[in-house]
Design a protein around this ligand. Structure first.
Ligand code: 3HC
Length: 311
């Protein structure tokens, strides 16, 4: 019976036995994984847009080469995760269509503009920093393909965060204009980075079930707190101030207290009304249409190769 299958499934999860594509799994488990992994993949691909905006304007060849490598990594992470979605029986086209139609989400953080070169540093330091905390946790997800994809992705993410911090460190030691540019970028990226961890635990629709199924090992607020505690220390080295007057060490808790997130802004951006939502989706639809000939050529080439091998 389904009850027996569900019990066997949950026992495996409780014993830390990875669930693999061919294993029986509750429909709802499959569905929430398709939801989360596809949105994770969309985040990687859409995340290439704000960063890509500075490839042609990087201040040196070295910075350009590093940024090119980072954006290329994000594309790879996206493709890796789209493949993980396919192991759950959803086609690549369906997944992409859900992004273009506005049905699927991607991380709110990528709906903000990259106005100066310091934004590339702030994205590496804060956005990739937040992504690492989340993705290190996901290395232990109960679904095998997702957990394994995360191991590979986390190795590249730590390079992303370090190069971002280094960009800001150089600016923080530069001219007064460069120091101001560094502070301005942090002012604009700090709060949206905290929103990456999702709504408060009390507002989180999926957390309880995702915790039971060991997709999520730490709650949104737990990871957010870990992020704040980590970044506040690193900000001291940059000699910048984080734009939250309520930030304060709480010896009792052993953590930093911090101010209230603007949840109206969060849901506004998630619902598609952020500064760049429309242009991000337009860019993705345009790239998909303009890339049709590449997909057709690759498919034709694969057909020919297959025909040759069958001779
Ligand atoms: N942006 C957009 N939507 C968000 C969001 C955000 N920052 N945070 C939460 N949401 C959505 C959720 O997707 C969910 O909506 P849905 O039911 O339509 O999917 C709703 O808000 C309620 O949130 P929950 O907390 O209930 O949702 P989850 O349990 O899925 O937790 C999450 C949210 C922590 C983001 C989780 O989905 C997750 O860990 N996802 C995988 C990691 C990921 O996607 N990271 C995004 C950044 S990737 C990145 O930064 C790449 C790096 O290389 C730069």
């Amino acid at each position: 019976s389904v009850q027996e299958l569900e019990k066997i499934f949950q026992d495996k999860v409780d014993q830390e036995i990875k669930i693999e594509p061919k294993d029986w799994m509750p429909d709802a488990y499959r569905k929430t994984l398709v939801r989360q992994i596809s949105q994770h993949a969309h985040s990687e691909i859409v995340g290439m847009l704000p960063e890509g905006n500075w490839i042609s304007r990087a201040p040196s060849l070295k910075r350009k080469a590093i940024l090119l490598a980072k954006v290329q990594d994000e594309a790879g992470h996206g493709l890796y995760l789209y493949s993980a979605v396919e192991t759950l029986g959803t086609t690549r086209n369906q997944t992409i269509e859900d992004l273009h139609s506005g049905k699927a989400k991607y991380s709110s953080i990528f709906n903000y503009p990259t106005l100066t070169w310091a934004d590339i540093g702030a994205i590496g330091w804060l956005v990739d920093g937040a992504a690492i905390l989340n993705q290190v946790m996901l290395c232990r997800a109960s679904y095998g393909p997702y957990a394994r994809a995360m191991v590979r992705i986390c190795k590249e993410e730590s390079f992303h965060q370090r190069q971002g911090f280094e960009i800001l460190l150089v600016l923080s030691k530069g001219t007064p204009e460069q120091q101001a540019m560094c502070q301005d970028a942090i002012n604009r990226w700090w709060w949206p980075s905290l929103m990456m961890f999702g709504p408060k635990d009390s507002e989180s629709t999926h957390s309880d079930q995702s915790m039971t199924w060991k997709i999520k090992r730490k709650s949104n607020d737990e990871l957010r707190q870990q992020f704040v505690d980590m970044i506040v220390e690193q900000a001291k080295i940059l000699n910048v101030t984080l734009p939250d007057p309520a930030l304060q060490w709480n010896a009792e808790r052993g953590h930093y207290d911090f101010g209230e997130i603007d949840w109206v802004e969060f849901w506004n951006v998630v619902k598609g009304n952020g500064p760049c939502n429309k242009q991000r989706l337009e860019a993705r639809r345009k790239a998909w249409d303009e890339g049709a000939w590449v997909r057709d050529a690759a498919a034709a080439h694969a057909e020919k190769r297959k025909a040759r091998q069958e001779v």
